[in-house]
Design a protein. Structure first.
Length: 201
């Protein structure tokens, strides 16, 4: 997983920040992997390496979004790093929104939108081979974001493959978003759940 403070987001999207340095005890990303960085989209990791923080040069510091190496060292000091700390150097490329759709980000639901989505979910429940499943699946993803699909399926007493296929159906409605590991209920999905909860209160 790659998370960044909001002050880095615009520069990452513009392709100005293409490096990050992390004080990780063990690798959390791998070359060739694609990782979602909320809310700016997908990052593809090109390379990783272990380096001493105090040996990071001017160019790498700027590519990581800092004015100079001293600013980078000061930033990582917040996480317990010193110039003698071995950190992970991650090279990455911003790949846009990936599979995140604008629909998933649209949380402005009218009453008609809520009714239409509820009707779609009811139809999915009616066709489910194991009975109604949409509410339980959305509730589980809310409670267990970014947890492996195999673990979520097991919690619902389901096989992994059909569970993942059902989550794709929710994703097509803009209600969920996929990550390198697991899922999240999208802003649209959360708005729907809130509207339905208010309607039943």
């Amino acid at each position: 997983m790659l998370l960044f403070e909001s002050r880095f987001h615009d520069a990452i999207v513009r392709g100005e920040v293409t490096l990050t340095f992390r004080k990780w005890d063990k690798p959390k990303v791998k070359p060739g992997g694609r990782y979602r960085c909320h809310p700016i989209g997908v990052l593809r990791v090109d390379a990783t390496a272990r380096v001493l923080l105090g040996e990071v040069g001017e160019d790498d510091a700027r590519r990581a979004g800092f004015d100079d190496p001293a600013a980078l060292v000061a930033y990582l000091a917040r996480f317990g790093a010193t110039p003698d700390t071995e950190v992970t150097r991650v090279t990455f490329v911003h790949e846009g929104d990936g599979d995140r759709s604008e629909l998933a980000l649209d949380d402005r639901l009218s009453g008609a939108d809520v009714a239409a989505l509820s009707k779609r979910l009811a139809a999915l429940d009616a066709r489910g081979r194991t009975g109604p499943w949409t509410a339980a699946t959305l509730a589980l993803i809310v409670a267990r974001p970014r947890v492996a699909a195999s673990r979520l399926a097991r919690e619902l007493g389901r096989e992994t493959a059909p569970f993942k296929a059902d989550v794709v159906k929710l994703k097509k409605l803009g209600l969920t978003m996929s990550f390198e590991v697991g899922y999240e209920v999208s802003p649209r999905g959360r708005a729907l759940l809130a509207a339905r909860s208010a309607g039943s209160a």
